[in-house]
Design a protein around this ligand. Structure first.
Ligand code: GLA
Length: 701
């Protein structure tokens, strides 16, 4: 066995010293080349500490003198085996990108398998499997993956939010102590951060070292950045279990979700590039064009009638829509949000001939058809719960959880309930020509339970299995992960779904931030982005059509607006936006996302550059008033320095976003300059009214 393992991929190296009794992380960060058999340098022994030098274990254990949070916590009856001493028993290096380490503690009756993969893009992935080799039950309290950040790590960035304001950044310095985020929602959560990043002081979109992780799990989770007096900060990720939730019977095992980890020497954009490239390389990544969507929710809400929806479909076709999605309100008794969830049969009071008349008209107009469902939920006022009141997931003790949006969660750990939901959805997909499900999940569940025991872990796996089995039975059906907007955005649900709904807020100003940060991990094609109504339904702000369309352009574009009310000018401008999306979606959904580091936070310049540098699309946006008179010179990041680009404003052309007419000369005429010039000298940007934007196209000539 070699004394060390070196994995290299993209611009990243991951080096482990496996010469001692437990694996030690020598390095996770920039590629340091081939270092041969590299061992961890032994540091000094601290005063008043174990008589051993400190070594950063891959699996920090109290038994090695680690006085921070142990990666593994659990016990047998009476607290026996509370502090295991797992030592390496086997190391298998499959190839440069994969290795497995087995550790065991025979006295404690435990063994652990660690899988590590480093992709050609630099995406590091780690997960653990714990086996109970003993003769009594082992109560598992936590099993975390941990990774140390490298030299200079000084600041933490993660994201937080609430309904209609997901994925907003928050930053702070690393101090001694633990920055702990716990998500106890029974789903991923509106406040969940797609990334937990630690970086060098002042790291930005384009500069500084950043070590970032994501835990691929939709259940209860904890992420932490911990700095002890022992050394550098370590990032931890683990599922969070309720008391008594995870007990391993003799011979039983538990596998953690994957932790995804991306290192960048060039700020957040470098982290995102690794995530995007890795996700795009998955065999199940959506490969067909992302169709223009029209979703009916903000157009009609629960007011379903065939005539109105046919008018909407007619308008949708005129605008160039390719997928028509019928939202909530189509099933039995569902006239508002108090009733009907769980019955999943078409309401013949509203749809006397079923969904067929709408679906066939949608097809005749050249669009495919999508349908809203919320399979994990029930209303107490539904036939299914009248028949099976015991199918409500909850704490037991003759009590069910408080309602949330008048609804409860169906206990999918119960095989009868699971089969019932599967059969209903299977029938729906068999009887109707449906290309797409908007799969919603609209409540937190802090007391998820099956047969009186906590069941978030099992329920999460059961929901995944429902998606997996339906996809297996109907492989052509795409699924969107929606959860009152963006409360289920994670890489595990995305293993079985094709996009996420980032937020119920369609206000373009709010969306600008929500989408930017959702896309710090997810590439644009996985994020649903819709043009909402002129007056936002959730904030009452009013925005120009061009601003709304430009913000929606950098994602999987759609419309969520009663387009029957549009005048001719709005039809012309929205049709133009749809055409621009269609013309540029291949670029947006394959290129590199870039975000200029602007000093003035009142504006932004974000874009996508083709991997070969041959073209790019940027949005320059004014987000608020500025203390400066004009935006001044702004540099375009990410272009090929040596190429010459033709630069043109392509949208809006039918309405004006400009605060004063005397814009820079290049705006009406276009300009040609090299990538180096555009990056280092930049172009003078026009003064835009606040909350307005322009779309800029660059083509190498
Ligand atoms: C959730 C979704 C919305 C819409 C409604 C329907 O709130 O996030 O987009 O589908 O449910 O009830």
């Amino acid at each position: 066995m070699n004394p060390s393992i070196t994995m290299r991929g993209g611009s990243v190296s991951f080096i482990l010293d496996v010469s001692a009794s437990t694996p030690v992380v020598v390095h996770w960060g920039a590629d340091v080349g081939d270092q041969g058999d590299l061992l961890a340098e032994v540091g000094p022994i601290a005063h008043s500490a174990n008589d051993l030098p400190f070594r950063q274990e891959l699996l920090p254990q109290s038994s090695s003198g680690w006085r921070g949070r142990p990666a593994l916590e659990g016990h047998r009856p009476d607290g026996i085996a509370f502090s295991p001493r797992l030592v390496t028993t086997d190391v298998t290096v499959a190839d440069q990108g994969h290795c497995e380490i087995t550790m065991a503690d025979a006295a404690a009756g435990l063994s652990l398998n660690i899988e590590i993969a480093l992709s050609e893009h630099g995406m590091l992935r780690i997960r653990h499997t714990l086996n109970n080799d003993g003769e009594t039950d082992y109560a598992l309290l936590t099993l975390a993956t941990t990774l140390p950040a490298g030299l200079g790590a000084a600041e933490i960035l993660d994201l937080s939010g609430r309904w209609c304001r997901e994925q907003h950044p928050q930053r702070q310095s690393v101090h001694q102590g633990t920055w702990l985020r716990e998500y106890r929602h029974g789903r991923t959560g509106h406040d969940a951060s797609v990334l937990t990043a630690v970086g060098s002081r002042g790291f930005s979109d384009r500069s500084g070292k950043v070590w970032a992780t994501h835990l691929g799990s939709s259940g209860n989770r904890a992420t932490s950045v911990e700095k002890t007096p022992l050394g550098s900060p370590i990032i931890g990720n683990a599922e969070l279990f309720a008391p008594g939730e995870l007990s391993l019977a003799p011979g039983g095992s538990y596998t953690t979700p994957w932790t995804y980890a991306s290192y960048s020497a060039n700020g957040i954009d470098g982290v995102s590039e690794v995530f995007h490239r890795f996700l795009r390389s998955r065999p199940n990544h959506p490969s067909s064009i992302r169709p223009v969507v029209l979703n009916t929710w903000e157009a009609v809400y629960f007011d379903h009638n065939l005539e109105g929806l046919l008018q909407l479909a007619e308008r949708a076709q005129l605008l160039g829509v390719e997928r028509f999605v019928l939202d909530d309100g189509w099933f039995l008794n569902r006239r508002d949000d108090t009733r009907g969830l769980g019955d999943w049969v078409v309401d013949d009071a509203v749809w006397p001939h079923g969904l067929a008349p709408l679906i066939s008209e949608v097809h005749a107009r050249g669009m495919d058809f999508g349908l809203w469902v919320e399979p994990e939920m029930v209303n107490e006022d539904s036939d299914v719960i009248r028949e099976h009141p015991d199918w409500i997931s909850g704490p037991g003790l003759s009590r069910i959880p408080e309602q949330w949006r008048h609804q409860q969660c169906i206990d999918l750990v119960n095989p009868q309930a699971w089969t019932y939901v599967f059969d209903r959805l299977n029938a729906l997909l068999t009887d109707n020509d449906i290309a797409y499900l908007k799969w919603d999940q609209n409540r937190d569940l802090t007391e998820m339970g099956h047969a009186g025991s906590p069941s978030t872990h099992a329920q999460t796996l059961a929901a995944y299995r429902l998606m997996d089995e339906l996809k297996r039975a109907h492989p052509h059906v795409e699924i969107e992960s929606c959860s009152s907007g963006g409360a289920r955005v994670d890489l595990s649900v995305l293993e079985r779904t094709d996009r996420v709904w980032a937020s119920d807020c369609n206000d373009a100003l709010e969306r600008h931030t929500i989408q930017r940060w959702t896309q710090s991990v997810l590439p644009p094609e996985l994020v649903g982005t819709h043009v909402g109504p002129t007056h936002s339904h959730t904030t009452k702000r009013t925005h120009s059509l061009s601003f709304r369309a430009i913000v929606a352009m950098f994602g999987h574009f759609g419309i969520e607006w009663d387009v029957r009310e549009l005048d001719d000018a709005a039809v012309a401008e929205l049709s133009q936006a749809v055409s621009l999306y269609k013309a540029h979606r291949a670029l947006i959904h394959s290129g590199t996302s870039v975000h200029a580091d602007l000093v003035d936070p009142s504006s932004s310049l974000n874009g996508v550059v083709a991997e070969d540098g041959s073209e790019a699309l940027f949005a320059f946006a004014s987000l608020s008033t500025s203390s400066d008179e004009t935006p001044g010179m702004v540099g375009f990041p990410g272009l090929d320095a040596a190429s010459r680009y033709e630069v043109r404003v392509v949208f809006p052309t039918l309405s004006s976003p400009y605060a004063h007419a005397h814009g820079p000369e290049w705006v009406p005429k276009g300009i040609t300059a090299t990538g180096a010039y555009l990056a280092e000298v930049g172009l003078p940007m026009p003064s835009l009214h606040p909350e307005h934007a322009i779309l800029i196209r660059l083509v190498a000539v």
